[in-house]
Ligand binder design. Structure first.
Ligand code: SF4
Length: 442
């Protein structure tokens, strides 16, 4: 278990927080967090969780591992191993085996997204869509929380060969020089803004000095605005951090925050609002995204309020994702049909300024698949879908159809409609994967 008292902010201390929990809870947290790591901090615990009703509090459920986040058989296996005092090596083997069963690298990101520079595999980069390269800085291998639904959870566990990580900014630059189609660099992690200003500058400065006129935007995937807003206000290097964003903007590039905001409660504290103001004053744009999750935000009113509040603060609603096929998906997932209903109901209640949001969207192996809706065509009930992004750029915005399935929670659950044997992209997708496998073998 990992609690962090970050700085001298005057919050209740960690032992006081633990006093709120029953022994059963502590036991559940202990078992689940052996597999899916747990981390929270004193700001989240003190400012965002309603301890008077914590069992139903979305921020508690989001941050503190719950019994159901492990499937029954997995929970029992770990519990039994501990009860029987199995040696650590044996216990770790059991835990690793369970982790492998939780699809630690969904959408083929380990096998099919890692690019090559000549013969060198760039294990801290991912290049799935033409325009955007993801960079996993070695200094951002953690996050303020370790959400059990997060597709980045393998970054937080100590499993050999399961991490994307790099401090070789020269390789990134060399790769970008060979790829003029790339317009965006996305710093991710963990949380890319968990880095100190100095560490961030270590990566940013060489990019700005390099001759990369095709790079238009530098993006930061981050939870920091809502889970540690002081990063932008009162941390000792807060001003230096903002200067890094200023510097990127001064180079004529767009600075974009991909901010994770799961619930309107995260936007209530003054500390968050102050942080948003300071970040926006640098010229950076904040775009908000989150998955739709049972127990957390599975109602249209929550999304409506979240998008409205974001617009008020000058944040751009960006994505509603579907809970990914990894980690505790079985716990959080809602059906695709319900996700569409929630999205639609929320969308109908907000003005055009909030309708920048896209969703529900599945970040799946072939690409980002948007659930447009459920309808009937020639007497057959179907899902209407389209790619927002595809491994082949030509797939974008081409509608396709799947048989209606009220229980489907992910693309893999869907079958082509109208008697087709496969979706339009499947043949080509297999070829793309195959060619990437060959490259990685060379
Ligand atoms: S990156 Fe976002 S979703 Fe993942 S653990 Fe951090 S806060 Fe949670």
């Amino acid at each position: 278990m990992r609690f962090e008292n970050y700085t001298a902010h005057n919050y209740k201390s960690i032992p006081q927080i633990i006093n709120n929990l029953t022994p059963e809870h502590i036991h559940n947290i202990d078992i689940v967090s052996r597999v899916l790591p747990f981390k929270t901090n004193n700001y989240v615990a003190n400012e965002l969780i309603d301890w008077s009703n914590y069992l139903n509090d979305p921020m508690f459920i989001l941050n503190f591992p719950q019994h159901g986040m492990l499937k029954k058989e997995h929970f029992s296996k770990v519990e039994l191993a501990i009860k029987n005092n199995l040696p650590t090596t044996k216990l770790n083997e059991i835990i690793d085996q369970i982790r492998k069963e939780l699809n630690p690298h969904p959408a083929g990101q380990m096998e099919h997204n890692v690019p090559f520079l000549g013969e060198q595999r760039l294990s801290g980069l991912q290049h799935k869509y033409h325009e955007t390269v993801l960079f996993f800085a070695a200094h951002s291998q953690s996050c303020h929380a370790h959400c059990t639904f997060c597709f980045r959870w393998p970054q937080f566990v100590n499993m050999q060969g399961y991490r994307f990580s790099s401090r070789e900014i020269e390789s990134l630059i060399a790769y970008l020089k060979l790829h003029p189609e790339v317009t965006d660099i996305l710093f991710t992690g963990g949380d890319s803004l968990i880095m100190s200003a100095e560490q961030l500058n270590f990566y940013i400065e060489p990019i700005l000095k390099a001759d990369l006129p095709h790079i238009q935007s530098i993006r930061f995937g981050t939870k920091t605005l809502t889970y540690w807003p002081f990063r932008f206000t009162s941390d000792k290097d807060a001003d230096d951090l903002l200067r890094v964003f200023d510097k990127i903007a001064a180079s004529g590039r767009h600075v974009a925050f991909m901010a994770h905001i799961n619930h309107p409660k995260e936007m209530a504290p003054t500390a968050f609002r102050d942080a948003v103001k300071r970040v926006r004053n640098t010229g950076a744009e904040i775009r908000a995204q989150a998955p739709l999750m049972q127990y957390i935000n599975d109602s249209p009113e929550i999304w409506r309020d979240m998008w409205n509040e974001q617009v008020k603060l000058g944040i751009i609603p960006y994505y509603m994702f579907v809970a990914r096929d990894t980690g505790a998906q079985h716990y959080f997932a809602v059906s695709l049909e319900r996700a569409w209903h929630i999205f639609r109901d929320a969308y109908q209640q907000v003005s055009g300024l909030a309708r920048t949001v896209r969703g529900p969207s599945m970040s799946a192996g072939p690409g980002k698949v948007h659930v447009i809706g459920v309808t009937e065509i020639q007497g057959q009930k179907v899902f209407v879908l389209q790619f927002l992004q595809g491994r082949n750029a030509d797939w974008a915005l081409k509608p396709f159809f799947a048989q209606y399935d009220p229980n489907a929670i992910w693309l893999n659950d869907l079958k082509p409609a109208f008697g087709e044997s496969e979706f339009f992209f499947e043949k080509e997708y297999k070829l793309i994967l195959h060619s990437k496998e060959i490259v990685s073998l060379i």
